[in-house]
Design a protein around this ligand. Sequence first.
Ligand code: K7E
Ligand code: CUA
Length: 678
Amino acid sequence: MKHRFRILALLALGVLALGALVVAAACGGGDGDGDGNGAGGDLDAIAKARGLTPEDMKHALQQFVPPGKYDDYVMISSGGHSGQVFVIGMPSMRILKVIAAFTPEPWQGFGYGADWGDTVLEQGNPTTPAGTDLTWGDTHHPAISETGGEYDGRYIYINDRANGRVAMIDMRDFRVKQVLAVPNIQTSHGGMFVTPNSEYVHVSSKFPMPWPAGSYADVNEYKEKYRGASAWLKIDQETGRINLDESFEIEIPPYTQDLADAGKLASEGWGFIGSFNTEMATGGDAEGGEPLEAGASKNNFDFLHAINWKKAEGVIAAGKFEEMNGVKVIRLQTAIDEGLLYLIPEPKSPHGADVDPSGKYIVVGGKLDPNVTIYSFDKMQAAIEAKDFEGTDPFGVPILKFDSVMAGQVEVGAGPLHTQFDSKGHGYTSMFLASAIAKFTLGEDVVTTDEEPFKLIETIPVHYNIGHLATAEGDTVSPDDNYMVALNKWSIDRYAPIGPLHPQNFQLIDLKGGEGPLELIADMPIGIGEPHYTQIMKADKLKALEVYPPGTDALTMTTDPQAIEAGGERVERNGNTVEVWMSAQRSHFTPDILRVKEGNTVKLHITNVEQTRDATHGFAIADYNIQASLEPGETSDFEFVADKPGAYNFYCTEFCSALHLEMAGWFLVEPAAAAALR
Ligand code: K7E
Ligand code: CUA
């Protein structure tokens, strides 16, 4: 008790200290006479005691969000191989929510008996090989739905790098509503984006697979039999769900398609996908061949794929497709004949492919090239118009000439990966090998310089080995120019040693209105999974529900047919089935005794009949692996067989009220033998 009081006192002190900092800043840094009177004196004492420099104090102020106040932004971050998605407030860098996407997660009752999560997970199982229940994923690239090229706060899409699936999260309740196994794609990586008006969410394959999907071919038939796909998944505007009937795919060559981005404004209607391994290496290092990575890194150029999706819609409408595994597929030859697909040389094992806010430039980072290469969309269009090709690839896809479409290159440093932008005409590129971010000018429209259109301005070190980076509103047509977050893969010595597995490290960076110089504000350890990418949205675009309308089924977001109001509780027995309509309300379940017989099928419908903000209950049954989150207004449905006889306690798993510990009951499963005796 004493210990707890001390912690509280320390917390209070911390809050006071920061409060004092704010006051001091507002008053121009205290009275400055160093006599210890007034806020300045307290500040100095705190800073001295804690070993903080004036710069540390400034950064603390920049990051600080007072208790009870909201952050200006929310970051929607992938959770890597945790299979989840994180919602993080920025600039405070406080985790607000961990959303289960591909991985069962008990706090949200996802995958532990309630129909919502079980249904979503089950529907996401791939059809091939049949019967495989997937219980994890590797989330990489979140994409917030957009209207007019701006994040609109409606839906989040995220891909599963491991299993080629896509999840849809509804931002009304920040729960996943759909997991879709994308046909003809086995693995996906960075090919995720939404089009500027959320017509489609795009995902492309990472490693190609034998086509048609479901067939088998040895890797020695790679070039002939393996193919990739660029999938344009149609978004239902009402529900956010992907409608496969109105979606289409384009067959693409068996390169390893990687990061992708949507054209916007000047380039709206197009999509761009980088690739590597145009060598089509397949490994074989233990069979007398070359390791995969060596074979895949020989060519000086790989291919950026430019895809005209607007035109592809017309090709689909004209019926020039084949139905393959439940989706319309434009075959590669058709894509070539119809002018849907062009290849553009990109230097040395490229990774990121990012479209700038104006849509005029596509910036590519080559992992083994110290330059970022900037392509001009206008030049691309002119080259396509003039049929200014250097030839075709082995599959007949036209290749544009590098020199005709390149707008410029900037030598940034070792290992450039991803690029983000501000609204002042700057690009910011992460460099994995250099553990740094480079800032450069981007073209003729640059506000801050009238010299060379593409020029390195500065670099800033990050800690360490950065993957992605993200600017606030960074993938929209109008990025904000205040914050950037570096998503670092390694943290090495940044945190207390907690074993060989280290957290990833997010670092908050001040963009200073795009004027620079870049300044590191804060570190944030991510102690779960490996975030790859994040999008940062203005918090005032959030339109989440405070409570569900009474009796809502979280899966359909409509009234659950089994919802009840208080007083409507009942039990019906029908042959071997026991059906229960239960309510949850502080601090009781009604009914609180459930009597069934061993072998009965139990159908349980629980409605949280409360409409009070944050009045969430849980429902868990011992030894039955059942756990649900019953959020205010929600109805959850369960169906299971009472196959274990015994007296099982069930209880509310959320500390909802003073008598929360009493919010419990009994699930009595009478043994079949005992029942027979009577
Ligand atoms: Cu570069 Cu999966 Cu976007 Cu990681 S990817 S870094
Ligand atoms: Cu309801 Cu605890």
